[in-house]
Design a protein around this ligand. Structure first.
Ligand code: M6R
Length: 609
């Protein structure tokens, strides 16, 4: 996720901005840059890769300004490169941006017709040109007019060599706060609070659509109509380590709580619920051949493989295409030719997993058409694929994947609906009601997260168990797999996962009073069968935790513990039940004193086969 620092004060701006950017490094980034006024001009210095490269690029340059803007970029449009790094400029304007300009193609076309030349592949560059178009002597006014034309999300910090005494910042659906230190005469605009604690602990928040103008004399806030807004500063007591995690104890917990927003980011620009349409512009070149797809092969590892298992159910239901989900490390050993009517979907959060990369190359060499489903833009798998669907989960720091799963599962659902419509299997009314429900998920996830203490209480009861059995059917079978993986990797407890119908075909032999069972049993067609399986487990002495729908509250008192998810269709229940599994693993690991963000023996990105 991009990081923004704007600074005006009495220290060297470049040094201060780089210090701020260093504190934003944990958000993840692939390039960085700074811009400061220099006489009648603006100096911009950018570098691809780590901040170390920017520091090297700055070496020996004597830049003595006391105001400027800086940025760490996490690519969304255009691969990581110096040309795509921020700040971007247009004449006397330079700016940094966090967010996505959804209508950038239309805006770009208008600007090209006006004679503007583009030097990057980013959506951000349109903002720089638009602000220059609207500039008539007032930078705040030009920024306001430009943002009125923008659809999407933004946090912006803008400077102009014509008004070198101010930084104009504004935000909508992207974070940005204002740090103030009147005693030292320093003011900052920054993506999050922790990165500013080396200068101040006093902050002004910016509401949606509001603007701040920072000068050496202070920070003034304005609403979207330009009227001045008066707000008290907030004093922050967090210690810096805690603040980096936005007040959460661990990145895993923070990322679990980010999931309502993850869904919004994954859906952004892709759904038109009233028309019953999913728009996947990235796959538009595939549209003509969708009716010819014979089958789909999903290749992935770990959590990404589990999202593929759920994707299979969605695609088969909505598009009637047979889907095979193969563990990436096993695929190269197979010996079956593919052809261009077999679509291979390579799923990887990092886009760098060696097993998935090898599987993708094997599938390509056998003649398959490759779609990468990745979170990290410009990653190896994204670069080598024929088409890329980005999941937009934002950087995931915790080794245990949580929000990446959410974004992949949602991307699979969108892909299934898109394929279903193109193949004329699913009509727009069905798509429309699926999308209506999807749009209600962020709120339901929010409600579910509020019940975290109930999940924690159950985790406390079982934290010393040596074994666990996870069960689920149909949509919730992949959640049983994913839940057991979360428990294994964060707590090191032995956890098995099965389709619940399989229990009686062997694994039931292990069950006794020391082998508890967690079952994902929300309302739906398969619920009663799961409860029959749970009776079998109870009869062997197992303790049972059932994850149920709110509407079933109080049913099945034979279960030792019941945890509830908000009401939803059976099909969308995995988006909720997975959160119970994630929190259960998290709280068990915390109860055992484990390092949840960095479990032993594991790496975030597995780059060896
Ligand atoms: O980056 P990828 O999605 O390709 O990573 C695949 C797996 O290594 C990853 O999902 C792993 O299983 C996670 N630690 C699970 O939490």
């Amino acid at each position: 996720m991009c990081g923004i620092v704007g600074y005006i004060g009495n220290s060297n701006a470049v040094d201060t901005i780089v210090k701020g950017l260093t504190r934003l490094e944990y958000r993840g980034y692939d390039s960085a840059g700074v811009a400061v006024p220099d006489g009648d001009d603006i100096v911009i210095i950018r570098a691809e890769g780590k901040l170390e490269n920017l520091r090297k690029a700055l070496e020996g340059k004597k830049i003595n300004s006391n105001m400027g803007i800086g940025h760490t970029r996490w690519a969304t449009h255009g691969r990581p490169s110096e040309a795509n790094a921020h700040p971007h400029r247009s004449g006397h304007i330079a700016l940094v941006h966090n967010g996505i300009v959804e209508n950038y193609l239309a805006l770009k076309q208008e600007l090209v017709e006006k004679g503007y030349k583009f030097t990057s592949d980013t959506d951000t560059e349109v903002l720089a040109h638009l602000i220059e178009v609207f500039y008539k002597g007032s930078l705040p006014e030009a920024v306001r007019k430009a943002t009125e034309k923008v659809r999407g999300s933004y946090a912006l910090a803008v400077i102009s060599s014509k008004e070198p005494d101010k930084i104009v910042v504004t935000r909508k659906d992207s974070p940005l706060v204002i740090g103030v230190s009147p005693s030292t005469g320093e003011y900052l605009a920054i993506s999050d609070i922790p990165a500013a604690l080396f200068i101040t602990r006093d902050f002004l928040t910016l509401n949606e659509g509001e603007m701040a103008v920072l000068t050496g004399n202070g920070a003034r806030l304005y609403d979207s109509s330009g009227a001045e807004v008066y707000r008290r500063t907030k004093h922050i007591d967090w210690d810096p380590a805690m603040a980096e995690k936005a007040g959460y104890d661990d990145f895993m917990l923070k990322e679990i709580h980010e999931q309502p927003h993850t869904i919004i980011d994954t859906l952004r620009g892709k759904v038109v619920p009233d028309a019953g349409k999913v728009v996947l512009g990235e796959l538009s070149a595939l549209e003509g051949s969708v009716s010819k797809i014979e089958r789909i092969l999903v290749l992935a590892c770990g959590t990404s493989w589990h999202s593929g298992l759920l994707g299979k159910i969605f695609i088969e239901k909505y598009a009637h295409i047979p889907v095979e989900v193969e563990i990436a490390s096993e695929y190269p050993n197979r010996d079956l030719p593919l052809n261009e009517n077999i679509l291979c979907i390579c799923v990887s959060q990092s886009g760098e997993t060696a097993d998935t990369k090898s599987a993708m190359r094997a599938a390509k060499s056998r003649g398959g058409k490759i779609v990468a489903m990745c979170n990290v833009v410009g990653s190896a798998i994204a670069n080598e694929a024929d088409y890329v669907l980005y999941t937009h989960a934002g950087p995931e720091i915790s080794v245990a994947s949580t929000k990446a799963f959410m974004s992949q599962a949602m991307t699979f659902l969108l892909l299934a609906l898109w394929l279903g419509e193109k193949r004329k299997i699913t009509d727009n009314n069905v798509i429309s009601s699926a999308l209506d429900e999807v749009l209600r998920l962020p709120e339901k996830i929010g409600q579910l997260l509020e019940t975290a203490q109930e999940i924690k209480a159950v985790a406390e009861v079982y934290k010393n168990t040596k074994h666990f059995m996870y069960l689920g059917r149909h949509y919730n079978c992949p959640i049983a797999y994913e839940g057991s993986l979360k428990l294994k990797e964060t707590t090191y407890i032995h956890a098995e996962a099965y389709a619940s119908g399989e229990l009686k075909h062997g694994p039931i032999a292990m069950l006794d009073e020391n082998f508890p069972v967690m079952a994902f049993a929300p309302a739906g067609k398969v619920r009663d069968k799961i409860f029959s399986n749970l009776q079998e487990a109870k009869a062997r002495g197992s303790k049972v935790i059932a994850i149920m729908s709110e509407s079933s509250r109080g049913d099945h008192p034979e279960c030792d513990h019941q945890l509830y998810v908000p009401e939803c269709s059976e099909e969308q229940s995995p988006f909720l039940t997975v959160i119970v599994a994630q929190l259960f693993a998290y709280f068990t690991a915390k109860g055992l004193g484990k390092d949840v963000d960095k479990p032993r023996n594991l790496a975030k990105s597995v780059t060896v086969e």
